[in-house]
Write a protein that binds this ligand. Structure first.
Ligand code: I3P
Length: 119
């Protein structure tokens, strides 16, 4: 799955992340249990169209994400107690890191949650 998400680092090793608490916009690819985040929108869009083009035979493994998260032991969930923004889900990682991801709409949010959890 590929799409756009905004991300915010909420907790690092169980503690409230201090320095950078702002939201960052990413182009995102979920491949197996690798969640790859790319900052550059234009570059991301061109790579996505290359990946779709059979003649270009672009390989996912050549992509260098700005952030790589392994989701196999993580859980994505909708956090009812979080009300500040809509379509936000939480990614809880084994070492106590937690990220908030903001999707474009409810269907997208649910699709990301499902695919991350079952990848
Ligand atoms: C953060 C930024 C975030 C905000 C965060 C601020 O400031 O305004 O948008 O998160 O609030 O700390 P900065 O840009 O200076 O890092 P929300 O939009 O989710 O509230 P927080 O510290 O309460 O997470």
């Amino acid at each position: 799955k590929a799409g756009k998400l905004s991300r915010k680092v909420d907790l690092l090793e169980g503690k409230k992340a201090g320095v950078i608490r702002s939201w960052n916009h990413y182009g995102v690819i979920l491949s197996g249990s690798q969640l790859m985040l790319f900052k550059d929108d234009d570059w991301f869009n061109s790579k996505i169209s290359d990946l779709k083009d059979p003649l270009k035979s672009t390989s996912l493994s050549t992509l260098k994400p700005d952030v790589l998260l392994m989701t196999s032991e993580s859980v994505a969930l909708y956090d009812k107690s979080y009300t500040k923004y809509k379509y936000v889900f939480r990614l809880i990682c084994p070492k106590g890191n937690q990220y908030l991801f903001k999707a474009e709409d409810e269907d997208e949010m649910n699709d990301w949650i499902t695919k991350i959890n079952y990848a």
